[in-house]
Design a protein around this ligand. Sequence first.
Ligand code: GRF
Length: 191
Amino acid sequence: MTVKVAVFASGSGSNFQAIAQAVVEKRLDIEIACVIYDKKDAFVKERAKQFDIPAYYFNLSHFSSKIDYEVAILNQLQVLDVQLIILAGYMKIVDATLLTAYPNKILNIHPSLLPLFPGKQAILDAFSAQAQKTGVTVHLVDAGVDTGEVLEQVEVVIADDDTLESLTNKMHQAEHKLYPKVIGDFINKGV
Ligand code: GRF
């Protein structure tokens, strides 16, 4: 049976697009049941439209608590029978409601070789630190920030002539290749 997933995003959604494209091209056997986004103008909703995938908007400030916010999302996921959550640029910490409902079934992609450079500005942080390499990590999500079990990492060299922009482009290319592959490997192990 094809695994049903929800992709959570807050912004551009280029990783969502890479995953959706892999599904269309039959390189990845999942069904993307929906996109969940939390920023009104997130470009990911336009990308979802192009793939005919429903996108649901949840704004934390419309709820009286983070718990209520996550319960509302969870209800939507349960209606759609979602089995796996894929975070792709989702800029919120996942709390207990979702973690308990999806134990070891939430994946995230982070633009560094964790545990190096956790947090929101990982590409900039590696570049500013004049590191010779950085990379991309796909990991399980736990209650910490970028602390869950690492599933796979790929290195990205920071060349002497790299600018922040060229490094960011290289990082995105690496992400778009790695994430669909790791999702496929994870699912093949049985969700
Ligand atoms: C990516 O760099 C991802 O690693 C990080 O957030 C960014 C999302 O980019 N978690 P996009 O919205 O998928 O284009």
